[in-house]
Design a binder for this molecule. Structure first.
Ligand code: 2AM
Ligand code: CA
Length: 267
């Protein structure tokens, strides 16, 4: 396992925030039965985890800037280094007592994903990478899956739901993809989806309309595991467009071509 100063900083921050989330997840499972529901409690858990990350990361790197899901942007004296932070990715899962969520901390350097940590505290799985250093799951080096045929691939996707996403476009994409692959999955955490592509569990992942903090960490983890990512036009503007497709080189190319046949978004 690599031990660069940056990796150490990210590891300590996400593990500490992970301990807080685990405690709150235990409570949320109890709250499921209450009538008011756990929504307010979950937003408080979310903010608490973000506070921990903000405190830890700014203590270790006092000049770096921040872009956080809850607090928004905090400009540091070093605008070239920006922590892009999602304290709880998979909020809907957390709220429903589904143990599939993660903390995602990406470092974007000069606008490019440079390092990332994605921590699933329930499974105690830490996916971590830094440019040029490789990607790891705990102590194990990661490599994307090597499958070369779509027909052998398990593909993960996002699913538009009430109030979110272009449903008609997604349905067209689903129609072209589902008849060519071995299986489709949806987890509810884009950060974990990217981590699982890096780990070779999913052969590919695509989702549209994501926020930078959903994907900033995962993009480096996938890249350092030998994977390829682009937006749906094949450009590397994922952080700007919010659209992402990740896989090994061959599957990435084939899926990109296939998704393009689904046609453009509704005007
Ligand atoms: P969250 O759990 O932090 O909200 C699921 O499809 C993925 O989409 C999750 O990573 C989820 O992150 C993210 N997501 C949910 N609502 C979103 C929104 N309005 N904009 C961008 N990403 C969103
Ligand atoms: Ca998120």
């Amino acid at each position: 396992m690599i031990r660069t100063p940056l990796i150490t900083v990210m590891t300590q921050a996400v593990r500490k925030a992970g301990r807080a989330l685990i405690r709150d997840f235990g409570e949320v499972e109890q709250l499921q039965v209450s009538r008011k529901g756990p929504a307010d409690f979950v937003s408080a858990a979310d903010r608490k985890a973000e506070d921990i990350l903000f405190t830890e990361l700014s203590r270790a790197r006092p000049n770096y800037s921040f872009n956080m899901e809850e607090r928004g942007k905090v400009e540091g004296t070093d605008p070239e280094n920006e922590w892009v932070v999602d304290p709880l990715d998979g909020t809907t899962n957390f709220l429903h007592g589904i143990p599939m969520f993660a903390i995602s901390v990406g470092l974007v350097r000069n606008g490019m994903p440079y390092a990332g940590a994605i921590y699933n505290p329930i499974a105690d799985e830490l996916f971590i990478a830094e440019r040029g250093q490789g990607a790891y799951l705990n102590d194990r080096r990661l490599r994307v899956a090597a499958r070369q045929k779509l027909a052998d691939c398990v593909v993960c996707c996002g699913l538009p739901h009430m109030g979110r996403g272009d449903h008609a476009q997604f349905n067209r994409e689903l129609r072209v993809v589902q008849r060519q692959v071995a299986g489709l999955r949806r987890t509810g955490s884009a950060a974990l989806d990217l981590a699982w592509v890096a780990a070779g569990r999913f052969d590919a992942f695509w989702e549209r309309g994501l926020a930078p903090w959903d994907i900033a960490a995962g993009l480096t983890v996938v890249r350092e595991a030998g994977g390829f990512s682009s937006d749906m036009s094949g450009q590397e503007k994922m952080l700007k467009t919010g659209d992402v497709l990740s896989a090994n080189e061959v599957i990435h190319r084939d899926l990109l071509r296939l998704l393009k046949t689904a046609g453009p978004a509704e005007a």
